[in-house]
Write a protein that binds this ligand. Structure first.
Ligand code: NAG
Ligand code: NAG
Ligand code: NAG
Ligand code: NAG
Ligand code: NAG
Length: 502
């Protein structure tokens, strides 16, 4: 086999000529390259001037309906006090759209407090009736149109996602002062801001934090990520992390642009900074179908922070709309935010009952002694987001038994009042189901209970900085009660107290 490799046969003389030739051609090449890069530089410079003049004339602030908040850039750490975190330290960035705003604005308006909550809803264009933008809504901003500048060749990229992923950057770039946290959400995310502050206050806002929760449906986490905060549930980014994130965001988004969601792009960029997700179980993406009842009736021991996808699940309360369900839930929430949906259960040993309370929402009465370990688990009243199947979920569920003699008698919140400086009284009326078929004596007696009255003292937000532990409850009118109204008191557990059947 002949290997034609004539370099090996050259004499030194022609070798040096050859080297000379090479270096000459290299020089020519280098010259061409430098000419090319100079040209490229010129083009870039020209383009930047062009883009600058184009975009500075369509200044974002022109679309600002409340132009009293003028941008004022600060560098971190700003000279701020170590005062406790309050609502003024949180900047919300809501990813919205002109197309869905009218049908979704009530989800924002229920938690937004004009002139108190800070932040904007980001739209793709000016709303048609921008002159009469409702004062009850978050003020809006129009996102920069990225169509011409980024990824115009990426036909498969989701442009709305890129726009929403940039909300954190556009919010940051406004340079508002004294921001400790940037909280991102969708226009159909309902935040519970008092609890959000309780939770954010646990963390040092001068460090880099990325706080949120994953999806309830396992298939979603398999498909997207287990490491990301799902955007609809909302997530919080501390100021120092936001500062690093926005610096790399645009370059970074182009790396993750083929991804499906803006939340995933943001997570991709945060992973480049090296900050993992800190999970807070009160954020609810609600990637579920049908009734969220079971999930909310067995809420984890964590403050309620958000609810999402409420247009895709049954109303929280039966025979009413989602909007009035939320209003009803908030009557109790407003009295004692930290206690909302907190799960407690107790046994009534005079009647062998198990009572499972989700404060401010629902009570399940089982005419039998169930273990705490069973009561803690969410009854499966819902299905997965993608496949509408009975699981798997990222938390435990227990099937709702088809046998009516295994199902609870259910009560829903129908009243919430203040019963003292730091006392509340919530009442729960019986939900009458069609075809209550169980005729065991225990069930007939249980169904006679028309109402629960639950007294509790306000939950101290500091509770959430301590080791988590469920509170206890007891039936206080077991002996003298008529049977129609059961009075329950929620209190901290006594030493050595546990929910153990005799
Ligand atoms: C209102 O909308 C019009 C037309 O879409 C636009 O030209 C104008 O700048 C908008 N004004 C504000 C305050 O956003
Ligand atoms: C912030 O800094 C300015 C000047 O650097 C100073 O006058 C002011 O007192 C500081 N404020 C606080 C709250 O430390
Ligand atoms: C929030 O805290 C700041 C101090 O950082 C204080 O100046 C402001 O009055 C507080 N706002 C509210 C609403 O409590
Ligand atoms: C953004 O710019 C593109 C290209 O100029 C244009 O087709 C599109 O309508 C713009 N989008 C909005 C929402 O203004
Ligand atoms: C409660 O259950 C225990 C043990 O199963 C039983 O001995 C007792 O009679 C029951 N009490 C009532 C009131 O049903």
């Amino acid at each position: 086999m002949e290997i034609d490799h004539d370099d090996h046969h050259q004499d030194p003389m022609s070798m040096s000529a050859h080297l000379h030739r090479i270096s000459r051609s290299r020089m020519r090449e280098a010259f061409t390259i430098s000419m090319k890069s100079a040209l490229a530089l010129l083009v870039v410079a020209f383009l930047s001037v062009f883009l600058y003049t184009t975009f500075s004339s369509t200044n974002l602030l022109l679309s600002c309906p409340c132009c009293d908040v003028l941008p004022h850039r600060i560098t971190w750490p700003a000279n701020e006090t170590d005062a406790p975190t309050n609502i003024s330290h949180v900047m919300f960035g809501i990813g919205g759209s002109v197309k869905t705003w009218d049908t979704r604005r009530h989800y924002c308006e229920i938690w937004w407090q004009p002139k108190i909550t800070r932040g904007f809803i980001w739209l793709e264009e000016s709303p048609p009736n921008n002159v009469s933008w409702p004062v009850s809504s978050p003020p809006y901003r129009v996102s920069t149109n990225i169509s011409q500048t980024r990824n115009s060749s990426c036909w498969y990229c989701s442009r709305p996602s890129i726009r929403i992923a940039r909300v954190i950057k556009e919010s940051f770039d406004l340079g508002l002062t004294n921001i400790r946290w940037f909280v991102m959400g969708d226009d159909d995310t309902v935040f519970f801001t008092e609890n959000l502050l309780t939770v954010l206050s646990k963390y040092d806002h001068k460090q880099k934090y990325y706080i949120g929760a994953t999806s309830e449906s396992l298939d979603q986490n398999v498909m997207h990520s287990y490491r990301m905060a799902y955007g609809g549930g909302g997530f919080a980014i501390s100021y120092p992390l936001a500062a690093e994130l926005v610096k790399i965001l645009d370059g970074c988004i182009s790396r993750y642009a083929p991804m499906y969601g803006s939340d995933q792009m943001v997570q991709g960029c945060i992973s480049e900074i090296g900050v993992p997700l800190t999970t807070e179980l009160g954020f609810h993406q609600l990637d579920i179908r049908k009734s969220p009842y079971g999930l909310l009736a067995a809420h984890p021991l964590a403050p309620l922070l958000s609810l999402h996808h409420l247009d895709y699940v049954d109303p929280l309360f039966p025979s009413t709309t989602q909007q009035s369900s939320l209003n009803r839930l908030r009557t109790a929430y407003n009295l004692d935010p930290g206690r909302a949906l907190q799960h407690t259960f107790c046994h009534d040993l005079t009647r062998n009952w198990s009572i499972s309370i989700s404060w401010g929402y629902t009570i399940q009465l089982y005419p039998s002694l169930m273990t705490a370990n069973d009561l803690e688990v969410a009854p499966l009243t819902f299905q997965t987001w993608r496949a509408w199947s009975d699981g798997p979920f990222t938390f435990e569920t227990r099937p709702v038994d088809l046998n009516p003699c295994q199902q609870p008698v259910v009560y829903f919140l129908d009243g919430a009042t203040k019963a003292g400086p730091s006392q509340t009284l919530t009442t729960y009326g019986r939900h009458v189901e069609e075809g209550e078929k169980c005729n065991l004596r225990g069930y007939i007696v249980a169904r006679e209970v028309k109402r629960f009255k639950v007294s509790a003292s306000k939950l101290d937000p500091k509770t959430w900085t301590k080791a988590p532990s469920r509170e206890c409850c007891e039936v206080i009118n077991a002996r003298r009660g008529t049977g129609k109204v059961v009075e329950v008191k929620i209190r901290s557990c006594n030493p050595w107290e546990s929910v153990s059947p005799p």
